[in-house]
Design a protein. Structure first.
Length: 485
């Protein structure tokens, strides 16, 4: 796409201003819009369709791993949040509280859920009596509200959509295994559907979920080299079970508190998808999550051509749709083919098929990829050609994103390198960590980088770093730093 055309349509280039580019893509690709209520967003049909496709894939993965969906209320008695000390401290600054209902002041104010642990444990205490009632493996698809001062479409909004999983188990080992299983499910979804490679690992105490014993996270690197926390899975120990009295009789006849987990991903993932794959023309959508995978553009110069061209385009559309492809013919008469190309490129459609009079005569269509490249393919085998192209695009996006991440990762950093790296734009910086909160805080203050994860074994450096990147004392673990969304 020519530069002037990009400028003419008003998308800021990534190099010029990444944040402005992001907003342009989200707004102009019609994924979302600002709401009349500050900090909230309206998800438009094109954005919501991506969310639906994400939901469907994730929901299948959750069910395959034994989870069931339920729904808990939006309103939570304010006193519930106070029962788990760290939880209330973590969430208090972000709560929206309802004090009036039906024209009267409420006896007890209600919190609009920022997350549902408290109300779910209140219910589990009624439902769980014996080890035979365990495990409980629940998920809910819902909206939550966390009052935010600085918001960005999809990335940070006061209200957002998500799924929250909540499970209860008889032993610590089972709960720990569950938290790890879900981390794997998230990673699989992010890599196989979103084509967004992630680092997995554990959060430090400073960065963990309020009320968790341990938080595991999937971290992705965006094109501006800032990290996006894409999904988290928490081992909650018995913290919430104790706060809400969720006890059960063990097989041996003793009483114990359940061990639990919670985990979530949100519409923030759509922001991650945009920032992982988008380019200066607009959105690039991985085929598996593309609302429209193929657009067919008929091209005619005279009315005599239009009938046969449109007919051929419809036949291609029918063949693809019958093969399970999300496809539409763009038969708008008011637009030139070139304008249609740009329109669908901006909206991220992975494959465009061009059908002109000469193509009809030769029994072919021209297959153009959103990521570049054009080839003629026979109409007779168009479904196979399209399927192959979609799979290749899907794989190529993941490969390119992984390459970019590795090109923007630096291992065995020392203090000067960490500082310079972050000042120069950043990326993932791997280094030793002594485990002291003082080092963690000081690094954050000096470099604006936080520890994203203590990486899982497969991501660790070989050899492991011996000393803390900051203070030089003996390293107790490796850490990955980045500036984050
Ligand atoms: Zn240190």
């Amino acid at each position: 796409m020519a530069k002037e055309q990009t400028a003419e349509k008003g998308i800021t280039s990534r190099a010029e201003d990444f944040a402005a580019w992001y907003n342009d893509v989200v707004l102009k690709a019609e994924l979302a819009d600002y709401s009349p209520v500050r900090g909230c967003m309206v998800i438009r049909p094109r954005g919501y369709r991506i969310w639906e496709l994400m939901q469907r894939a994730l929901d299948d993965l959750f069910k395959e791993t034994g989870h069931e969906n339920a729904y808990f209320p939006l309103f939570i008695p304010q006193s519930f949040l106070a029962r788990e000390a760290e939880h209330v401290e973590g969430f208090s600054p972000q709560l929206a509280v309802v004090t009036h209902g039906g024209g009267k002041e409420l006896e007890e104010p209600l919190v609009v859920r920022p997350t549902s642990e408290t109300i779910i444990y209140a219910m589990l205490s009624k439902w769980i009596q014996s080890y035979r009632d365990l495990p409980v493996l629940l998920n809910q698809w819902a909206n939550v509200v966390r009052w935010e001062m600085r918001t960005r479409l999809f990335l940070r909004t006061t209200e957002f959509l998500w799924q929250e999983g909540h499970t209860a188990h008889a032993t610590a080992e089972e709960a720990e295994a569950e938290a790890r299983t879900i981390l794997g499910v998230y990673r699989r979804f992010m890599e196989e559907w979103m084509a967004m490679p992630v680092l997995t690992g554990q959060k430090t105490d400073a960065e963990k979920f309020a009320g968790a014993v341990r938080t595991y996270s999937c971290e992705a690197l965006m094109q501006d080299n800032r990290a996006l926390q894409a999904g988290t899975s928490h081992f909650l120990g018995q913290n919430f079970a104790r706060a809400f009295g969720v006890q059960f009789q063990t097989a041996q006849g003793d009483m114990d508190y359940v061990w639990s987990t919670s985990w979530g991903v949100s519409t923030r993932l759509i922001g991650g998808l945009v920032m992982t794959h988008g380019d200066d023309v607009g959105l690039v959508c991985p085929p598996r999550l593309a609302p429209l995978q193929v657009v067919v553009v008929p091209i005619w110069k005279s009315d005599t051509d239009s009938g046969s061209v449109l007919e051929a385009a419809r036949r291609v559309e029918d063949a693809l749709r019958a093969g399970g492809i999300r496809v539409n013919v763009d038969d708008r008469e008011s637009m030139t083919p070139g304008a249609k190309y740009y329109y669908w490129e901006l909206r991220g459609v992975p494959v465009r098929l061009e059908v002109g009079p000469r193509d009809v005569a030769q029994g072919q269509v021209v297959l153009a990829r959103r990521t570049g490249g054009k080839v003629p393919v026979p109409v007779a085998s168009v479904l196979e050609s399209v399927k192959a192209a979609l799979e290749e695009i899907q794989a190529e996006l993941l490969r390119a994103a992984r390459e970019r991440r590795e090109a923007n990762s630096l291992r065995h950093v020392n203090r000067d390198q960490l500082t310079e790296y972050m000042e120069a734009g950043g990326g993932f910086a791997y280094g030793g960590f002594c485990g002291s909160p003082e080092c963690e805080v000081e690094i954050k203050e000096r470099t604006k980088a936080t520890i994203r994860v203590l990486p899982d074994p497969e991501f660790r450096s070989d050899p492991p770093p011996a000393s803390c990147a900051w203070c030089g004392k003996k390293a107790v673990t490796e850490a990955v730093w980045a500036r984050a969304y």
